[in-house]
Structures are given as structure tokens and as C-alpha cells.
Design a protein around this ligand. Structure first.
Ligand code: ARG
Length: 408
């Protein structure tokens, strides 16, 4: 009998997939749920998978791996797609693909299914990642094939004697350690303020505390390693910052996003930890990296971010870019102090043994050791061609007759 390994989130789409795959392909379904930090009851998900007819279910805790192998490179690359979105969903997809492939190989099957629609980025990420790791795999996407609306899925499940536990939720939510993304329902109306019900990790600024929190994050070679003097692992740091940032109303994003399939979509995110960590990391880099490294790294970051967003995690370019970024991070150690208040992240101080900031050079006080007279020659040489060009432009041009050599 054909066996299909299904990446199972426990949501309406993937629960419908279990019935549909069995019915349409007469196949056995093995479900895999990867724990990347979503707030789910995994026992309940397992029970739901079996109730819907799964032959076997696996729950895999991959939080640590997600933080170290996927989120950390995102921090080092200050990855914000189109300047805003920290790739929370995008980064988890190659990891989920890896785990699903492991199970498919263990279960001795080529058949792998995911629950993404035909309109989004996730189908692209899943299929390219799965096939990069397992070229023989046959990947299919029932949701893309069946063209049922969410209401129809609910009815379809009911007709098979399965009452899906949630009311027909307005929003489609994807959640992991690095963020929560919300799509659908009223969010699709791009000119309407996102309804308060769309948010669950972050407080509305109106309800955020009137007293700020000041925190100090420590980095070692680009990696966050502690908060307020306490060493912590990356998963705990992210969880802590999601809570404290959320409390201050930090990390709500309203984004007009360009999907890889060409569609523009309005997306809402809650990403408190991601915003805080990237802000702090970027600030520390400005203290310790030279202007030329920063300038070039900015281009690398853009390439890295677009590549990951667009589902090409397994392209060799990603590893080449990581190699460059890791090299720069050797100096990114130190501490950054931030004030969290009413939706704002304010960097209020930074320190590093590798700092390139020299007070005696930048000060306007009498402590200055910078010889200002040297600036005169510098400006002359630095601006030489610009000045030559502008001189040429304002000089009266020779007329044609003046130009002709006098034959007489
Ligand atoms: N637009 C984001 C991305 O492509 C998030 C999509 C998440 N999916 C969801 N059902 N909310 O990475």
C-alpha cells in the first residue's frame, strides 16, 4: 500500500489532508509535526491526527536546531525582508522539510505531502527544500489540488464524521519561536487597520505599561548569549524577549509584501524578539565593523534575505554568503543596552572590547586629539573630480566659430 508522509500542523487544512489523501489515493498517512516553538498542545495534535485516521504520528522537537541553524544566521544577517519581515515562517520551512524527509526515508517512502496552498511562498519553500534533500521524492499538495474553501473543508470533515475543534477561525496563522504571522479575513482589506483580535503575543500600546524596561543583551561573535548579565541559551533568550517585548507592545508589523509567486499581499506579524535582537545586533555591528565592511555586508544581507524568503535555502549561494557573514561576526562581541517602552525599542548604550569608537577623536571638547588642519587637504583631494566637473559646467563654453582654428 502506498504510504504518504504528511507535514501536519494540526490545522484545518492538514487535518482535511489526512482524509483526502486516504480517500483519493487509497494511501496510508503518516503525520509529522515539527515543534519549532509554536504554542500548541502536541499531545492533542497527535490525538487529532490519529482520530482523523493517521497510521502513525511523529512529534519532533526541533526548537534548539531552529534557533541555532536557522534563526541565528538570520540575526547575523539582520534579515528583514523588504526592510520589515524577519522571515519567521520562511526560516522554519527548510527545517520542517528536513525532518519530514528524515521520516519519509525511515518509513521507506518517496511520497511526501504538505498543506500549503497554490498561492503562497510556502509551497515553493517546501518543494525546493524537500527535493534538494531527497531528489527521488514525489511531493504533492492536496490543498492546491482540491480547491476547497475553508468552509468547504470544515463541511467535508463533518461529512466524514470529524468535527474540527475550532470555530471557523477568521485568520490563517503560522507561529514559531521567531514570530507569528497572520493572514486572511479582514487583514486582506489593505486599507483597514488590523483588528485587535489578530494579535495575541503583543499588547496594544494603549495597554502597555507606563514604566519602561531597560535590558542589556550580550553578544559573542554575533550570537546573543545572555541578558542582564545572566547567560542564557538562544531559545530562552528569544522566549524571554517575546514576552517582555510583547508586554510593551513591540513587534507588530503591517506589511504590503511581495510574494515569490508575484502576488502582493497584506500581512500582519508579531515579532517582538526578532525586532529587539536585530536592532541590538545591528547597533553593535556599527560599533565594531568598519564602514567598508558595513557597506558591503548590507548588500550581502539583502541577497541572503531574498534568497531565504524565495525558498532557495539550499542554493549554494546561501552558504557562500553565510561564510562571508560569519567571518565578519568574529568581532561582533559586546553588550547593547535597550529601553523598551510603548511599542518602541530605543538603543541607549553599547560597549565592546572591539569597539572602533574613539572618544578623543570624535569629541568636540578640549580633550580632542584630532588635528583639524588636516581636513583642509583631505577635502581638496576628496572633492577634486566633483569640483573639476562643476567648474567645467559653469564656465562659458567655446562657440563653434571660436573652436575652428584660424586658417588665416
Ligand atoms: N508571508 C509570510 C511568508 O511567506 C508568512 C506566511 C505564513 N502563512 C500563514 N498561513 N500565515 O513567509
Amino acid at each position: 500500500m502506498m504510504k504518504v508522509v504528511l507535514s501536519y500542523s494540526g490545522g484545518l487544512d492538514t487535518t482535511t489532508c489526512i482524509y483526502w489523501i486516504k480517500e483519493k489515493y487509497g494511501a496510508d498517512v503518516v503525520t509529522v509535526t515539527v515543534d519549532v516553538g509554536q504554542e500548541d498542545d502536541f499531545g492533542e495534535l497527535e490525538e487529532r491526527a490519529y482520530r482523523a485516521g493517521a497510521l502513525k504520528h511523529y512529534t519532533i522537537d526541533a526548537k534548539e536546531e531552529f534557533a541555532k541553524k536557522y534563526i541565528l544566521p538570520g540575526i547575523k544577517s539582520n534579515a528583514l525582508y523588504e526592510g520589515k519581515y524577519p522571515l519567521s515562517t520562511s526560516l522554519a520551512r527548510p527545517l520542517i522539510s528536513e525532518k519530514v524527509v528524515e521520516i519519509a526515508k525511515k518509513e521507506g517512502t518517496f511520497h511526501i505531502a504538505h498543506g500549503s496552498t497554490g498561492k503562497g511562498n510556502d509551497q515553493v519553500r517546501f518543494e525546493i527544500s524537500i527535493k534538494s534533500l531527497y531528489p527521488e521524492a514525489k511531493v504533492f499538495s492536496p490543498v492546491r489540488e482540491w480547491s476547497m474553501s475553508r468552509d468547504m473543508e470544515y463541511e467535508y470533515l463533518l461529512s466524514h464524521g470529524f468535527k474540527y475543534p475550532y470555530s471557523k477561525g477568521e485568520f490563517s496563522v503560522d507561529e514559531n519561536l521567531w514570530g507569528r504571522s497572520v493572514e486572511g479575513g479582514r487583514i486582506e482589506l489593505e486599507n483597514l487597520e488590523p483588528p485587535e483580535e489578530a494579535f495575541s503575543w503583543t499588547k496594544n500600546i494603549k495597554e502597555a505599561p507606563d514604566i519602561p524596561d531597560v535590558i542589556e543583551i550580550e553578544f559573542e561573535e554575533g550570537e546573543p548569549i545572555g541578558i542582564n548579565g545572566n547567560s542564557m541559551d538562544l531559545v530562552s533568550i528569544i522566549k524571554y524577549l517575546n514576552i517582555i517585548g510583547g508586554k510593551h507592545g513591540i513587534g507588530r508589523i503591517d506589511h504590503m509584501e511581495d510574494r515569490v509567486v508575484g502576488i502582493k499581499s497584506r500581512e500582519v506579524y508579531e515579532v517582538p524578539a526578532a525586532k529587539i535582537l536585530i536592532e541590538a545586533h545591528q547597533d553593535l555591528e556599527k560599533l565594531v565593523l568598519t564602514k567598508s565592511v558595513l557597506k558591503f555586508k548590507y548588500l550581502v544581507e539583502k541577497y541572503w534575505t531574498d534568497l531565504v524568503y524565495e525558498g532557495l535555502w539550499h542554493d549554494p549561494l546561501r552558504e557562500s554568503l553565510d561564510a562571508f557573514v560569519n567571518e565578519t561576526q568574529r568581532y561582533v562581541s559586546g553588550k547593547v543596552k535597550l529601553k523598551l517602552f510603548k511599542g518602541n525599542i530605543q538603543v541607549i548604550g553599547r560597549e565592546s572590547p572591539n569597539s572602533l569608537y574613539k572618544h578623543n577623536l570624535s569629541t568636540y571638547s578640549s580633550l580632542s586629539t584630532f588635528d583639524q588642519s588636516k581636513a583642509i587637504g583631505f577635502i581638496e583631494i576628496w572633492g577634486m573630480q566633483t569640483l573639476l566637473f562643476n567648474e567645467m559646467k559653469v564656465k562659458p563654453q567655446l562657440t563653434k566659430t571660436e573652436n575652428v582654428p584660424n586658417a588665416l
